[in-house]
Design a protein around this ligand. Structure first.
Ligand code: IPE
Ligand code: IPE
Ligand code: MG
Length: 246
């Protein structure tokens, strides 16, 4: 049986090991204030910085955030290019923080679709991450859950054809071909912004995640909101298809 659950057995006083967040509601946050949608993305990037630091401080091991989906290219060109610029600026600044605080940061997604500048920054953050252990932030960028599964299937097929994938294809083995290879599945998935859907995020990995939805827009999201989500998470009974106290 696949072992989806080491976290379920953990001390309840500890935070979830892996939290995933869909960073949603930036555009509406800006619109409410009569600002261009892009202003919401800038504030949202600051919110990410604050929440990532908070997660690290309370002992969360992995934070995976959805920053730009494979579907977000459908947005107006001006918005897309502003988001890409902000991501570049963010990654650039994050390099110093990573060195200072020994933080690991990975980008999940189809890097081929990104600009050479962004790809170079991703390479740099990968290099730094190899040097450290401890808290890891994963930024999903040009990421789609279906795209990730297809990408993994293609890579597995290549290995198989090259005779490098003998033996049975198990869930565990297939997971090793995903962007999230080696990282435990998210325990808690948070979606701010009021929508109650997954929007193609971590489709494979969220098989047994606990979901938490809130109307708070991402730029307004605070450490207190995260505490609320964690409190709800702790009250959940994770059964993984089994029965507790039969
Ligand atoms: C999330 O905020 C950021 C991205 C998807 C890039 P949105 O831009 O989706 O904000 P809303 O949902 O329109 O308010
Ligand atoms: C999901 O938000 C993607 C990211 C937050 C990166 P969207 O705003 O793109 O999702 P939909 O369109 O409401 O499903
Ligand atoms: Mg949205």
């Amino acid at each position: 049986m696949p072992n989806n659950n080491p976290a379920g057995e953990r001390d309840l006083a500890r935070p979830p090991r892996h939290i995933a967040i869909i960073l949603d509601g930036n555009g509406r946050w800006a619109k409410k204030r009569g600002l261009p949608r892009t202003a919401g993305h800038a504030v949202g990037a600051e919110t990410f910085r604050r929440i990532a630091t908070y997660c690290k401080n309370i002992g969360v091991e992995y934070l995976t955030v959805y920053a730009f989906s494979t579907e977000n290219w459908r947005r107006p060109e001006g918005e897309v290019s502003t988001i890409m610029k902000l991501l570049g600026k963010y990654l650039h600044e994050a390099i110093d923080t990573m060195e200072r605080d020994h933080i690991r940061m990975k980008v999940f997604g189809d890097l081929e679709g990104l600009s050479p500048e962004l790809r170079a920054l991703v390479q740099k953050t990968d290099e730094i991450s190899r040097r450290y252990e401890g808290f890891q932030a994963n930024i999903c960028l040009n990421y789609g859950g279906r795209d990730e599964i297809l990408h993994a299937a293609r890579r597995y097929a290549e290995d198989y054809a090259a005779g490098k994938a003998e033996g049975e294809l198990t869930e565990e083995r297939f997971s090793g071909y995903l962007y999230s290879a080696g990282i435990p599945d998210p325990d808690l998935l948070i979606r701010p912004g009021g929508e109650v859907r997954i929007s193609n995020f971590l489709l494979w990995q969220c098989a047994y995640a606990e979901f938490y939805f809130t109307d708070v827009l991402w730029p307004d999201f605070t450490p207190e909101e995260l505490d609320k989500a964690i409190a709800v998470f702790r009250s959940r009974d994770r059964r993984y298809g089994g029965v507790k106290n039969p």
